[in-house]
Design a protein around this ligand. Structure first.
Ligand code: SAJ
Length: 483
């Protein structure tokens, strides 16, 4: 039976003769390029950022030093020539598989996807697109983007049709910083095909990269799966954060509540914390709802974003209360913030909630010193930083903080106060160390007026009053000592 373009592509994938081009060498694209080279494909990466292009061209991994295996993989495949890089889209003229992994940021005001990077990539590669080539979109996008943006741009620039001249699929990334290459080799993937042939070819490609399930569907469903799976996580975290505020207000311990809730079947209450950082979770919920705002009454997803974005302010309020209870004001206080990355034992600081806490305190006149044992710019000796400090804020559960001598730290501080945003320190250990201790989600012996209201005194960006509340009680009430 004569070979068809589709069987030819499948054969090239099987023999690893398919030439792969990856557009965008960020966390997603660079990981994929290395994985494809490891699988035996010849890979060319296209990167517009000159500094990153130079780093990768010289085999240097550009994203910190906490990724196992990936830096060595990159260096080895660049040195053998299996992986090369360029800033020119002309290499797409000889590519059989082109993966787009460019950024899809969200506008901070409109909360809509900024589609310029994707539009530019699609338009530039379309000029070199060959018949029977497979274009795969890995970037996380608003549902409908493959239909409304990618296919029109590819067809317009190439004069070819996605219905039969070339293949288009959407396989949303599922990277996990800290375990990028291991995760890619094992995680299940959703492959949405513009056509059945496209889905089949893309699935054949990803089967060479991962042992995980390959779930075939259409492009729109794949766009929904990715944005919904992260919006789901964000909503779950927001629920945990609201339960934390309720526990604080009425004098319970949210961590005990969570542990016992999760003993109930079919429950998986997430962890509360001082905020939600990283590249995916703060952004993807807005991508999910973006195209439907104004047409569908979206409430849960947007409210969850607002709850999670308010948590750094809440940590700031706890610091303010703790200082007030020691007769100090935020203004003029010296605060040491422990943990700057968005995740424990990671050096990734994207959308760091700690940055928001530091800004909130600095705006109110505090001096804030940041420490992080994993993030290169914030090393240092915690004991030295604690000298004469008025508050230690625990924001990230780095292993390093588990071995601190809290009594020694208390003895060095001007005001021995700890505010715990991530249950790093047990209340009993704090008390034993002679520290005054406030923990997010752990109520005082006596109920305090709802701290949350003070943090949420601003109007909701989504219209209407702030959960129907007026701003919280005046600060004077905090001078009352618990009985
Ligand atoms: N967080 C909480 N409470 C929780 C879980 C997380 O406050 O119960 C906070 C974290 O402290 C962090 C932020 O949320 O600041 C994001 O944490 P994350 O564990 O979701 O880590 P990410 O951002 O690396 O999420 C990625 C996502 N993967 C992809 O988008 C492909 C996410 O879907 C995964 O669930 C997550 O990794 C994972 O499971 O590791």
């Amino acid at each position: 039976m004569p070979a068809t373009p589709s069987t030819l592509l499948h054969s090239r994938i099987e023999t690893r003769d398919a030439r792969v081009c990856v557009v965008g060498l960020g966390y997603v694209g660079l990981t994929l390029a290395c994985a494809a080279a490891r699988a035996g494909f010849g890979v060319v990466g296209i990167e517009a950022n000159a500094g990153r292009l130079e780093q990768v061209r010289s085999g240097r991994f550009p994203f910190g030093n906490r990724e196992p295996d990936l830096p060595d993989l990159l260096e080895s495949h660049v040195s053998t020539g299996k992986l090369s890089v360029t800033d020119s889209y002309s290499v797409c003229a000889t590519a059989h598989i082109i993966i787009i992994a460019v950024q899809t940021p969200v506008d901070e005001h409109t909360k809509r996807m900024i589609d310029a990077p994707l539009r530019s990539a699609a338009s530039r590669l379309s000029r070199y697109l060959q018949r029977d080539a497979l274009v795969i979109l890995e970037s996380t996008v608003e549902p409908g983007s493959t239909r409304d943006l990618l296919v029109p741009a590819l067809e317009g620039g190439s004069g070819l049709s996605a219905a039969g001249d070339f293949l288009v699929a959407h396989c949303p990334e599922r990277v996990m910083p800290g375990k990028l290459i291991a995760n890619l080799a094992s995680c299940s993937r959703v492959v949405g095909g513009w056509t059945e042939a496209a889905a089949g070819a893309a699935a054949a490609f990803y089967r060479t990269l991962t042992d995980g399930d390959i779930d075939i569907t259409d492009c729109l469903t794949a766009e929904f799966v990715k944005t919904a799976e992260n919006a789901y996580r964000d909503v779950q975290i927001a629920f945990a954060n609201e339960v934390a505020l309720l526990c604080e207000h009425l004098g319970a311990n949210v961590y005990e509540v969570r542990e016992l809730v999760n003993k109930s079947p079919m429950r998986a209450m997430h962890e509360p914390g001082g905020g939600v950082g990283g590249h995916c979770i703060p952004k993807d919920p807005w991508l999910l709802v973006g195209p439907s705002v104004g047409s569908v009454p979206i409430r849960v997803v947007s409210a969850a974003r607002e709850v999670n974005d308010s948590m750094p302010r809440h940590v700031g309020e706890l610091v303010r209360i703790g200082l007030l209870e020691h007769g100090r004001d935020v203004s003029g206080a010296c605060v040491v913030l422990l943990g700057y990355s968005y995740l424990e034992n990671s050096d990734d600081t994207r959308n760091s909630p700690s940055a928001a806490v530091a800004a909130w305190l600095r705006e109110r006149g505090a001096t804030v010193v940041i420490h992080d044992p994993v993030v290169a710019d914030y090393g240092g000796d915690v004991y030295a930083l604690a000298a004469d400090a008025d508050c230690l804020i625990l924001m990230v559960r780095h292993d390093h903080y588990g071995s601190l001598e809290w009594a020694s730290l208390a003895g060095r501080m001007r005001t021995p106060l700890v505010v715990d945003g991530r249950q790093v320190l047990a209340p009993a250990a704090a008390s034993h160390a002679g520290l005054a201790y406030l923990s997010l989600g752990v109520g005082a012996r006596c109920p305090r007026p709802a701290v949350a209201l003070a943090a949420w005194g601003t109007a909701s960006p989504w219209g209407g009053g702030e959960y129907g509340h007026t701003p919280g009680p005046s600060r004077e009430k905090w001078s009352v000592k618990c009985p």
